[in-house]
Design a protein around this ligand. Structure first.
Ligand code: PAF
Length: 278
């Protein structure tokens, strides 16, 4: 597996590669969910590039940019075992040579301003900008993203469409621990006791979807699920029932739905979602 630590090295590698290329963008600290993205990528292209870049542009001032876990050596071992062709791990200066303040950015209106976008202003601007830059740098045929970040995936799909980028964006189902907790690098912040409590999020999503499917009023079902999550000691940021296609508020006529949740367990912000049909 090639380790490409600059844009120059990436371009030299990319120029000599023959055949199709899939990109798996990550911020490192890889878990089985990321490695499954690599497996899916291998089904779609002859060569898989995984980018590892903790993108400062998508972190707010009081967020965990500095403490975000960096585990490059272990990540490379796992990726090599999984048949990754190259890891692209650029420096911040390589990605933002004029500095973050001067950087041209990409903003996807509407979908970036709700849910996580409302709680984390500027977050999706940072995501859209880095993903567009990675697409331009790597020039992949396709790119694979996890559906755990459902709103992020919507932002990336719209950005790719709006800018006519020649990249197929592929979403992959959320990978879960046996107790249902969605795999996330941020799970590593949880204490043993918090880790025991965390599956309540997925349990509440399942109960809520069942209640809606069996005809309970959306508002009643939502408030019961909120109570269950808060009774377990989490602080809800949001729990919302939305239309899957555009994340607008779900009406009784909408059939294809997604429940999206963000909640704090101590200082750790966890997100999850569940797609279902009414
Ligand atoms: O989902 C992530 O890990 C990041 O938001 C991404 C897509 C790699 C962009 O930095």
């Amino acid at each position: 597996m090639q380790q490409l630590k600059s844009l120059e090295e990436l371009r030299a590698w990319r120029n000599q590669v023959k055949g199709t290329v899939a990109l798996v963008p990550t911020m490192g600290n890889l878990h089985e969910g990321h490695l499954k993205l690599v497996d899916v990528a291998k089904q779609h292209a002859q060569h898989v590039v995984v980018s590892i870049f903790v993108n400062p542009m998508q972190f707010g001032a009081n967020e965990d940019l500095d403490s975000y876990p960096r585990t490059f050596e272990a990540d490379c071992l796992a990726l090599a075992e999984r048949g990754t062709a190259a890891v692209f791990a650029p420096t911040v200066a390589d990605v933002y040579p004029r500095g973050l303040q001067q950087q041209t950015f990409i903003e996807v209106p509407g979908v970036s301003d709700i849910l996580c976008g409302a709680s984390r202003p500027g977050h999706f601007r940072g995501v859209a900008t880095i993903v567009a830059k990675l697409f331009n740098m790597v020039q992949p045929d396709c790119a694979i993203f996890g559906e755990k970040d459902y709103q992020q995936l919507q932002v990336i799909r719209l950005m790719t469409c709006d800018l006519s980028l020649p990249v197929e964006v592929i979403g992959m189902a959320t990978e879960r621990a046996p107790d249902g907790l969605a795999l996330s690098s941020r799970n590593g912040y949880l204490s043993a006791q918090q880790r025991q409590v965390a599956p309540v999020i997925y349990q509440a999503l399942q109960q809520l979807s069942q209640a809606v499917k069996s005809g309970s009023a959306d508002s009643m079902a939502l408030s019961k699920a909120k109570n269950n999550i808060e009774a377990a000691g989490l602080k809800l940021d949001y729990l919302e029932l939305r239309r899957r296609s555009d994340l607008a508020n779900a009406t009784a006529q909408d059939n294809e739905l997604v429940i999206l949740v963000a909640a704090f367990l101590g200082k750790t912000r966890l997100i999850d979602n569940l797609q279902f049909n009414r």
